[in-house]
Design a protein around this ligand. Structure first.
Ligand code: HEC
Length: 89
């Protein structure tokens, strides 16, 4: 009887542990995401997403400079997005 209760408790603990682990690993921090994903998640929030081909490299530099503050991006995130856009235009 007592063993069964312990077993259930133990399984419950394992389940909790695994779900916490899993939850953390799927919550990748923004600076670990690739530029394309950051672009997709951040750059279409306020206006239609601007495709890479819209602007030249130099124009993207200026646009990212402005949009970085608007989208509240870190320097790393902005750089990754800029690199992606300039590689894909
Ligand atoms: C918080 C809102 C917001 C976010 C997030 C945002 N933008 Fe913008 N963006 C604006 C506004 C406002 C304008 C100016 C009005 C317009 O052109 O729609 C603009 C304009 C632009 C333009 C046109 C600028 C020009 O020179 O014509 C580009 C390109 C652009 N955004 C790219 C981006 C990219 C890339 C991102 C992601 C890093 C981004 N935006 C994220 C608000 C935002």
């Amino acid at each position: 009887m007592k063993n069964k209760v312990l077993k259930v408790l133990f399984l419950g603990l394992i389940f909790l542990f695994v779900s916490v682990l899993f939850g953390c690993s799927s919550d990748v921090s923004n600076s670990e995401k690739p530029g394309a994903q950051l672009w997709g998640e951040n750059c279409g929030r306020c206006h239609n997403i601007r495709p890479p081909s819209n602007l030249t490299d130099a124009q993207w530099d200026v646009a990212i400079m402005h949009m970085r503050t608007r989208a509240n991006l870190t320097e790393t995130e902005a750089e990754k997005i800029a690199t992606f856009l300039k590689a894909a235009n």
